[in-house]
Design a protein around this ligand. Structure first.
Ligand code: GDP
Ligand code: IMO
Ligand code: MG
Length: 430
């Protein structure tokens, strides 16, 4: 079976940490979508590691990590990431596999991303500028270059043709983007040579065999449900399928092989980039969340917008993904607040609703809140569920009842060890 860990909000929920926590129980960890726009933070043994395209199981000796066909790979960015792992003595060609059908982000995709965002002006998406949108556009437009092309003799011709098209497109967008193509290409070609030292695989065949051999696979999502290209807050989304359906197309496994879906969410909400955010805070509470939670993007360093938990949106995300268990992150950040709020319905164009509507633009949606008492004692050293403060337990039970799925994990700090498993007894018995 293939279990899944994915984000239920607008990304940065703490997926990287939870994949690292769970990876020990799996043989294979596989990223199924997104690209270098992701920033997944792992903290263990007192140090912090940020991964972008490499799956978060890379530090586990016994796990194989796969970059699936649904991912878009930027060789330059991936080379930097590989260089960052040099001190860890990881046998990369044995532990990191790349799917031949994954598409490649070219330097000119990044330029197009920048040009498109600049041209949008105030309406910009707030992209990470990693070339994600343009790469997926070429994939859908059937112009893309794939990892497997690097093994074929004519790939540079394909590359030239695509770059020519990109340069023409850049000319049509009326903004001034400065670049030195020779310099960009030099770095790109060098990075491609580095990538060729990794193992390229036919992902779908690899997973078919792994499944028939009874291997345990964990699929790692990037971004979050509300950034999904089909079901997120369009157009302020990314360009891939971030939801559990993306696992099947992004790894090449039958939907029926998907087992548990772990949904990761923060005890509050953050968002980087533009787009509607009904529960966003502009007051002292929002500033406290940002400061205590260190809410700065792991990829771009941009400050993350912060707000109260939105249960209407969370329930939507749980239902779309078929979440079987929730993982609640950053509970420690809300310690000591005067009171905590969570949106339990919306006032949508003058009517109270409890579902996620077509648009959540602030012109149409005002959150209706339920209030909770906060917990005062620090929680970051808690190891056992029986020590969870009563008010935090009340907050968690309310969330479970509202969305109809149990919270199996409560994270109380960034370190891997700061993870409390709930209902431990019942899962041990089953
Ligand atoms: P991801 O993209 O979903 O993997 O999440 P990010 O790594 O971008 O952002 C999550 C941030 O929160 C990182 O800095 C983590 O180290 C940190 N983090 C994860 N869980 C907790 C937690 O329970 N408490 C605190 N204070 N920080 C956490
Ligand atoms: P992880 O995996 C948070 C946001 C960007 C922007 C929008 C589109 O770390 O959770 P893109 O670069 O895809 O064109 O940006 O999506 N975004 C993320 N926000 N976490 C991420 O990844 C994100 N990846 C993209 O800020 O609003
Ligand atoms: Mg992140």
């Amino acid at each position: 079976m293939v279990d899944v860990i994915l984000g239920l909000q607008w990304g940065d929920e703490g997926k990287g940490k939870m994949v690292d926590v769970m990876a020990g129980s799996y043989d294979i960890i596989a990223r199924f979508q997104g690209g270098a726009n992701a920033g997944h933070t792992l903290v263990f043994n007192g140090s912090k590691h940020v991964l972008h395209t490499i799956p978060s199981g890379i530090f586990h000796e016994n796990a194989i990590n796969v970059i699936g066909n649904g991912v878009v790979v930027d060789p330059v960015s991936l080379k930097k990431e590989l260089d960052g792992l040099k001190n860890y003595d990881i046998p990369l060609s044995k532990r990191l596999f790349l799917s031949r059908k994954a598409h490649v982000t070219l330097p000119t995709h990044r330029l197009l991303d920048a040009a498109s965002e600049t041209a949008k002006g105030k309406a910009k998406i707030g992209s990470t500028l990693k070339g994600i949108g343009p790469t997926y556009m070429d994939k859908a437009g059937r112009n893309g270059i794939r990892i497997g092309d690097f093994e074929l003799p004519d790939w540079k011709e394909k590359y030239r043709a695509l770059v020519k098209k990109h340069l023409r497109l850049l000319d049509c967008i009326d903004v001034d983007i400065q670049f030195d193509l020779n310099e960009l290409e030099e770095a790109f070609f060098e990075a491609v040579e580095t990538l060729k030292q990794l193992s390229f695989i036919d992902g779908e065949l690899f997973f078919k065999k792994a499944l028939s051999d009874g291997k345990k696979i964990l699929a790692e999502g990037a971004q979050g449900t509300l950034l999904d290209i089909n079901l997120g807050t369009y157009p302020y989304v990314t360009s891939s399928t971030t939801t559990s359906a993306g696992v099947s197309i992004g790894l090449g496994i039958p939907p029926r092989k998907i087992g548990k879906v772990y949904g990761v969410f923060k005890a509050y909400v953050t968002r980087v980039g533009s787009g509607p955010f009904p529960t966003e805070l502009f007051d002292e509470n929002g500033r406290k969340m940002a400061e205590i939670g260190r809410e700065f993007g792991a990829t771009t360093g941009r400050p993350r917008r912060c707000g109260w938990l939105d249960l209407v949106a969370l329930k939507y995300a749980v239902e779309i993904n078929g979440v079987s268990e929730l993982m609640m992150m950053k509970s420690d950040v809300l310690t000591g607040f005067d009171e905590i709020k969570a949106a339990t319905s919306y006032n949508y164009r003058g009517k109270e609703i409890d579902y996620f509507p077509y648009t959540i633009d602030e012109k149409f949606v005002k959150p209706v809140y339920t209030r909770f008492a906060s917990w005062k004692k620090p929680v970051h050293e808690i190891k056992d569920e029986k020590n969870i403060p009563e008010n935090l337990e009340t907050y968690i039970r309310f969330i479970e009842n509202y969305v109809g799925v149990p919270v199996g994990v409560v994270s109380v700090g960034p370190d891997k060890e700061q993870t409390v498993f709930r209902h431990k007894d019942s899962s041990e018995k089953s």
